[in-house]
Design a protein around this ligand. Sequence first.
Ligand SMILES: [Mn+2]
Length: 329
Amino acid sequence: MTNLSYAQMLEASARFIRTNDDFIVVSHLNPDGDAISSTCAIGWLLSQLGKRYVLVNEDLIPNKFGYMPAAASILRAEDEAYRQALQGAIISVDCADFSRIGAPSQLFKQGVPFLNIDHHPTNDFFGTTQLIQPTAAATAQILYDLIQKFELTLDADCANALYTGLMTDTGGFRYSNTTPQVMQIAADLLVAGAKGAWLAEQLLETMTYSQMDLLKRALNQMAFRANHTIAWIVISLDDIAATNAANSDLEGLVNYARNVEGVEVGLLFKQIAENQYKISFRSSGKIDVAKVAKSLGGGGHHRASGATVQGTLAEILDRVFAAIEGESN
Ligand SMILES: [Mn+2]
């Protein structure tokens, strides 16, 4: 933990970037729009400052993010270029805890300077320098503030990246985290050249065939309990194989459960192994699903969280519903 104010953390982070020359930038596995755009935005900042850096992620970057030029340069942990860059200072973006970095972290050297930039309230302040702002809608919002510490002019590439993170983490500027400040930053990014309508079409409207196929299966077997206040969807390994769905094709699926009238918690159970499920929680606000997820070994935000749980589906359903009921009392 740190007692620094947000302004002091921004100052310390700017100093961290100025005083190091070589960087490794990482984000969480199964990266979403905010993770990828934040990685790209840090890359943009470091390139503007003439620093040496590599961007790396455990997973492949979905093609739909290819409009961010830096996305193509994001390495995998097994890439030689990554192994050669391992002396650098580390910057992690959008990771609530160290384990979320996944495979790239296994090669980190002990004792290197480590800047942890994130907006998850469950962030455990790993690293040597922290820039944590739980009231920020997205890590991209924090990066916008950080970039202001340098005398740089935003260009369209950086604006598109930051806008991507803001737009995706606010559900298209609809969630309660869409503050006046978020809209002011978004307006500034549009002025700087972000293609707002195109990004919304590309990231929020367009569906892949696999995504639609999977959605048909998901809706067919959506189930309810507790007077229709809880709705859930199970996606099995068979569903994923039959529809040839990528991780990114499951994005947003949980919202169909949450969006049903009267539902307080929507859940998605995604099978990842015979007896292992990744659970996504979405709350309409009454129930703090960050606490529910944390009680199951996961984490996240008040209205959106996740956990990975071992057991048979029947056992897991029992545990999860008990945890939700415990939180709603
Ligand atoms: Mn985020």
